[in-house]
Write a protein that binds this ligand. Structure first.
Ligand code: CO
Length: 157
């Protein structure tokens, strides 16, 4: 299990690089995905995790599912709605802080799975929010940069 990097660390501010296609399916990538899954599932309120959050500057994020995570490699938003939703948001890299943020209501994402197969998925509501949050991580952006307001929770560690 990896340590989740926190907001002040510059690693979270870098633009992550695309995973070279030849590396998909490699032992190295399997290890990274395994580490990401372990780290995400070990966190109680974590919903998704981007590779930079464990110090890996690659364009990968995973979303928690009951049995195995959904894996998005080299994701791209190919369509996004103009219509926004106002939501509450937090981040494993910003411990103890929640905020209100505007996110597009709907989007379409294209990505590769762990075997290098391209897939396209439409998302709305909560899932659209998660995807936008994770893609921001890959571009060095945190929700605290965009939030309308921020609230501290008592749960800080
Ligand atoms: Co986050």
């Amino acid at each position: 299990m990896a340590i989740i990097i926190q907001a002040k660390n510059q690693i979270l501010r870098e633009k992550a690089k695309e995973v070279p296609f030849k590396d998909i399916g490699s032992e190295k990538l399997k290890k990274i995905l395994g580490e990401m899954a372990k780290t995400l599932y070990a966190s109680e309120d974590g919903i998704a995790l981007a590779a930079p959050q464990i110090g890996v500057p690659l364009r990968i994020f995973i979303v928690k599912k009951e049995i195995s995570p959904s894996i998005f490699i080299n994701p791209k938003i190919i369509k996004i709605s103009k219509k926004k939703q106002i939501l509450s948001e937090g981040c494993l890299s910003v411990n103890g802080i929640y905020g209100t943020i505007k996110r597009a209501e709907k989007l379409t994402i294209e990505a590769l799975d762990e075997k290098g197969r391209k897939f396209t998925r439409g998302a709305s509501g909560f899932m659209a929010q998660i995807i936008q949050h994770e893609i921001d991580h890959l571009n060095g952006t945190l929700f605290i940069d965009k939030a309308i307001n921020l609230l501290k929770t008592r749960k800080e560690n």
